[in-house]
Design a protein around this ligand. Structure first.
Ligand code: 13P
Length: 284
């Protein structure tokens, strides 16, 4: 069933678990997320990056919505990391129930103004908005932010930002990195705790791939209700595809699709178990 992002996160916060938000690119991705969630009785978020939408457009959103609608578990469909108001409006009009207004490349005042504008636009669709404060380093779908340009979220600014913008959830930068961690991951849990103490809305952690399990569990204890996962799932998919095509093999296309789907389900299920959202699909 389709359930709004805001409701999924509210439930998670209330019952102290987190929900996985998995980036997908096509039908196999959407089905892998939903089947994994269904097998574990978990709510889940399917999310699309602008690069995937540039290719799939409104039909890709419709596909995710249709798959979510038919699922026996709560599913939200979310637009991830979007810096463009125009693209956000297209996604909202196509029926997406939440967006990430990515103003992290702007200065504080610019990010505030941009995020407020998106919250106003999303209100007309009763859609949720995730804001980001600080800037994550790493690389995703060709967008690279060097470590030197990365910025940590400042706890005192986080409270002001959440209040002034009216966002539904806040993505924080506490040492998390998109893509592969070049060195041992180190999250600033004191900072995360200070943000959680000042901000009443759910917190979101991007860059989950490669984080040790114990860090994920600790982040949930500090108020993280949504984890974004892309690289681990995408890598499982592409590695399986290259294996299927190895040594000049020409497999049946449905076998390739099925193989890719099954490969993605494995890391998705591992993460869902770790986030503690197993058997949390019934809402009062
Ligand atoms: P990873 O690719 O590091 O899992 O990060 C995904 C993400 O944060 C998407 O917004």
């Amino acid at each position: 069933m389709l359930v709004p992002y805001n409701q999924i996160l509210r439930q998670a916060r209330q019952h102290q678990y987190a929900v996985g938000a998995f980036n997908i690119y096509n039908l196999e991705g959407a089905l892998a997320v939903i089947q994994a969630a269904e097998e574990l009785g978990s709510p889940v978020i399917i999310q699309l990056l602008p690069a995937a939408l540039a290719l799939g457009g409104a039909p890709l959103i419709q596909l995710c919505l249709a798959a979510g609608k038919n699922a026996p578990v709560p599913v939200a469909v979310h637009l991830d990391h979007c810096p463009s108001q125009k693209e956000i409006l297209v996604a909202l009009a196509a029926g997406i129930s939440s967006v990430m207004a990515d103003g992290s490349r702007l200065d504080y005042a610019g990010n505030l103004a941009f995020t407020k504008e998106i919250v106003q636009a999303a209100d007309r669709y009763t859609a949720g908005v995730e804001g980001e404060l600080g800037r994550l380093s790493g690389s995703e779908d060709g967008l690279t932010v060097e470590a030197a340009n990365a910025k940590m979220t400042r706890p005192e600014q986080a409270a002001d930002f959440a209040e002034q913008t009216g966002i539904s959830a806040l993505a924080v930068c506490v040492g998390n990195v998109h893509g592969t961690y070049a060195t041992e991951p180190r999250l600033d849990f004191d900072r995360l705790r200070a943000i959680g103490a000042r901000v009443a809305i759910p917190l979101v952690l991007h860059g989950t791939s490669g984080l040790p399990d114990e860090m994920i569990v600790q982040a949930i204890a500090h108020g993280v209700c949504k984890f974004n996962v892309n690289t681990e799932v995408r890598t499982a998919y592409t590695r399986t595809l290259s294996r299927l095509f190895r040594d000049g093999k020409t497999p049946e296309l449905v076998d390739v699709m099925q193989g890719g789907l099954e490969a993605m389900k494995h890391p998705i299920k591992e993460k869902i178990r770790l986030f503690g959202s197993t058997n949390k699909s019934f809402y009062q």
